[in-house]
Ligand binder design. Sequence first.
Ligand code: PRX
Length: 655
Amino acid sequence: MSQPTIESILQENRLFHPSAAFSQNAHIKSLDDYHRLYEKAKTDPQTFWAELAATELHWFQNWDTVLDWQPPFAKWFVNGKLNISYNCLDRHLTTWRRNKAALIWEGEPGDSRTLTYAQLHREVCQFANALKHLGVQKGDRVGIYMPMIPEAAIAMLACARIGAAHTVVFGGFSAEALRDRLIDGEAKVVVTADGGWRKDAIVPLKEQVDKALAKGSVPSIAATLVVKRTGQEIQMQGDRDHWWHELQAHVSANCPAEPMDSEDLLFILYTSGSTGKPKGVVHTTGGYNLYTHITTKWIFDLQDTDVYWCTADVGWITGHSYIVYGPLSNGATTVMYEGAPRASNPGCFWDVIEKHGVNIFYTAPTAIRAFIKMGDEHPKARDLSSLRLLGTVGEPINPESWIWYQQIIGGGRCPIVDTWWQTETGGIMITALPGAIPTKPGSATLPFPGILAEVIDLDGNAVGANEGGYLAVRHPWPGMMRTVYGDPDRFRRTYWEHIPPKDGQYTYFAGDGARRDEDGYFWVMGRVDDVINVAGHRLGTMEIESALVSHPAVAEAAVVGKPDELKGQDIVAFVTLEGTYSASDELLKELKQHVVKEIGAIARPGEIRFADALPKTRSGKIMRRLLRDLVSGVEISGDTSTLEDRSVLEKLREG
Ligand code: PRX
């Protein structure tokens, strides 16, 4: 098994067509239909999006302008009023979907729960009233630090219902990382659980919240709301902490959805960039609702009888857009799973598919590679015949894994949608539409209608077919992030100024390298900045470096990604030590643990190498590029003439 290299992908030209039966029943049935839609959206984007907004969503009040574009700041459906929780719940209650399964939850030690639309609506209303009871008002922010249990989705929808923005923090992040995010978002309440199950162990979430809030370090926090999940003893602070089940017994189930302005803040989600601390990506209500709704409908070809399962965690954007908001807005049945692939339960995903008759399955290449390693006998021992469509997201998929997924999981009959997008884009941007666009293993294929994606050079000019370049988007789209929370300048700098604006034309710079082939298909090669992608998790090398240098033993640190068969990339850290410290196995372990404490287990370096010095330019900048080549075992490429001391590199190479 190997990672996609430019060479392997250049040789990949197999083409897979959807079956006639699939296309006939699909929302978008042919390549011609796709091209017609794409052209329509390109020629008149405002009419294209306005028609969809009018037919697909419920509005309390119509908008008066479709798009107000003051580059790089966009407003969609200006002055329109709606509520995404209304679109995800209430509007289905007056239809036959009232008693349809909205959420099927598969919990870790065998727990399971199904909530119909009527039941989910009731729980969301109660939760919303509990938040109000704790003082949360429209315009406030609420932190959500939860395991993968229904209450995570309920809390998100409850916030949206009363107009409070949520900021979900992945349950694998440390207390320190949680604290930073709560401070930046000035959260008023944190919703958490006593614990959650992760790979056969309990993650003590409430304990982490206690650490994050210790000594009043997040002054904005007035209360916590704690869901009982794992049942172990935890400390409850009388005036601050509240059990959800206790409040639930007293709150009403009547909570009308607050009419929200289309551009009201829906959520903040923190993501890693190449510089500084994680940025709070801001998504607003109307555009995000429309974009996640229509991408879910067309890309996953949702039909009313489908059981749909996305394996992401709600702590990431994929969980927001494609477990919660997109599927529920469509009135779909969405599966939520608390577990994760692991050697101790090598059939876990396939059991869930068999048990619930999953029809549409969306996961990450890292998970696929892990399952390949565990052996074909596990999927082969389960009945996977309910599956009709497969998806992948989060990192490039190597053609070998793609073919395994297609053959062993999809039985050769299911189209695969390889979906390229980002936290910032809100929803999927480049993907096959499964009934319309033939697929090539390893390619995300073509842009979604309304997405003017291109591969360009740094002057902003499109590069030729099969030439490498930067992935970029030319025109705003409804699901795009609106700003970096509290830092509009950072938004402008990070995404809109890499490519110099020309004649008032602004170009969105995604931070990924890509190429388009002779058919216009996109092949995404990975990040071109100091962001690494470890098992589909996005991490900033600077964040890990900051964590390392906050340890007293570390003088300097440089972190790079190293190609890894299973995880896509692994983290390698080079550190120089303060004078009084010397390299040892204990220190190595301690430093790894220190990173876990500062950020979370997902950022634990696979390797730490002690060094006497790091390669630097004469002006003192660490040349990570050289370290990247070094750990990847490739010839050091590019210019090394600016290197201050060549012997440093030689020493590192020797080991
Ligand atoms: O490098 C790209 C990679 O994941 C990055 C976005 O990460 P995040 O914001 O955490 O969102 C992940 C889930 C949407 C991108 O810049 N990426 C995502 N999907 C793909 C991908 N790389 C290649 N192919 C994909 N399908």
